[in-house]
Write a protein that binds this ligand. Structure first.
Ligand code: AP5
Ligand code: ZN
Length: 216
């Protein structure tokens, strides 16, 4: 089962990708998380990406396409994968189609997270992320059992640097201009499945499971 999760910042892609990954035993490939790990480790790629991420703009296509090309051929991706936050531009979508064709694989569903943009800022500003395993929480909608600590691994929770108000607005604008056109792109291929991302975490998960089940 090869899935793409498409939606604006804060729509819940990472949250749902984690849940669906555990449920179906397929890996979540988050380009944002891979980039943040590279920034933390100060690798050449991380050093190159940091300025773009801090500014709330997209990292160049060649960098993220390279990340996905390397990750998608790993053995744990054989039963399927969830692309969380990739592709984000038409050239990235074209590159993905080309790389999958070379592997005689294809995307089965593009889950489009639909919601009113006014809620996104609240979701992003309230987000806390585990320093160790990357799991996301929300201080109101999905709090950890012990304040400041990850339920899964006990790691410390932190607020992402790009989750400040000004950067968030830039990320939303970038989404509208560069990423939203992918909805028409994938609708044209008959792959777009829209889910109501304003619903509760559990209800969004059920919608995604229904989509997946009804198209098998
Ligand atoms: P990335 O890490 O991908 O960030 P993003 O797309 O901006 O998405 P977010 O992580 O902000 O949101 P999400 O939809 O995953 O929401 P979440 O589940 O956390 O990218 C960061 C940067 O990296 C980019 O700006 C760019 O620079 C670079 N980058 C990454 N990929 C790239 C690419 N392909 N090309 C170029 N550059 C790239 O949920 C948000 C909050 O809401 C959480 O607190 C959560 O607990 C809560 N929540 C979730 N669901 C619900 C719900 N149903 N109800 C209530 N609360 C909810
Ligand atoms: Zn953790």
């Amino acid at each position: 089962m090869n899935l793409v999760f498409l939606g604006p910042p804060g729509a819940g892609k990472g949250t749902q990708a984690g849940l669906i990954s555990r449920r179906y035993g397929i890996p979540q490939i988050s380009t944002g998380e891979i980039l943040r790990a590279a920034v933390a480790a100060q690798t050449p790629m991380g050093i190159r990406a940091k300025g773009f991420m801090d500014a709330g703009v997209l990292v160049p296509d060649d960098v993220v396409v390279g990340i996905v090309e390397e990750r998608i051929v790993q053995p744990d991706c054989t039963p399927g994968f969830i692309l969380d936050g990739f592709p984000r531009t038409v050239p990235q979508a074209d590159a993905l189609a080309k790389m999958l064709k070379g592997m005689t694989r294809e995307i089965e569903h593009v889950i489009s997270f639909e919601m009113d943009p006014s809620v996104l800022i609240d979701r992003i500003v309230g987000r806390r992320t585990c320093k160790v395993c990357g799991r996301g929480y929300h201080i109101v909608h999905d709090p950890p059992q012990v304040a400041g600590k990850c339920d899964g691994c006990g790691g410390e929770l932190y607020q992402r640097e790009d989750d400040c108000q000004e950067t968030v607005q830039r990320r939303l604008d970038v989404y509208e201009v560069q990423t939203a056109p992918l909805k028409a792109y994938y609708a044209g291929e008959g792959l777009l499945r829209q889910v109501d991302a304003l619903a509760s975490i559990e209800d969004v998960q059920s919608s995604i499971c229904q989509v997946v089940a009804s198209h098998i």
